[in-house]
Design a protein around this ligand. Structure first.
Ligand code: FES
Length: 153
């Protein structure tokens, strides 16, 4: 299988990588573009650590090929802050202690952003359901829900 040129739009910038067509979006971000904020937990769609937004919708970046995301707007955790100003979801995670070890946090935050944008944070139960694909081994779930709910207010 040959190397090909992939054009991706990430956090508002056009990026080109030379990679095999079978490279996942997650590996493209981490291994080819040094965007290591997006985490690899399971690499099989089961933990949510790799969550990013594509055209505003969340996806598990380990489950999609980079080649399939050409022409779309990809947003990673690195693209949320505006200069020195953190995104409201990032601020809320700090305020509510929405993390302990922090490994799942980028995925939690990206899912939380999508949760609010798509109107799934009107109750705690609805929020928990939406966020249920994002696992946290430290068990910070109540604080994560509190953070997401606050942003939705
Ligand atoms: Fe993608 Fe776990 S690394 S869901």
């Amino acid at each position: 299988e040959g190397v090909t040129s992939l054009q991706l739009n990430i956090n508002g910038a056009a990026r080109t990588i030379q990679a095999e067509p079978r490279v996942t979006l997650l590996d493209a971000l981490r291994e080819y573009l040094d965007l290591t904020g997006t985490k690899k937990g399971c690499d099989h769609g089961q933990c949510g650590a790799c969550t990013v937004l594509v055209d505003g919708k969340r996806i598990n970046s380990c489950l999609t090929l980079a080649v399939m995301q050409q022409g779309k707007q990809i947003t990673t955790i690195e693209g949320l802050a505006k200069g020195d100003a953190l995104h409201p979801m990032q601020e809320a995670f700090i305020k509510h202690d929405g993390f302990q070890c922090g490994y799942c946090t980028p995925g939690q935050i990206m899912s939380g952003v999508a949760c609010v944008q798509e109107g799934h944070a009107t109750t705690d139960a609805q929020c928990r359901e939406w966020m249920s694909g994002n696992l946290c081994r430290c068990g910070a779930y109540p604080n994560i829900v509190a953070a997401v709910r606050e942003v939705a207010q």
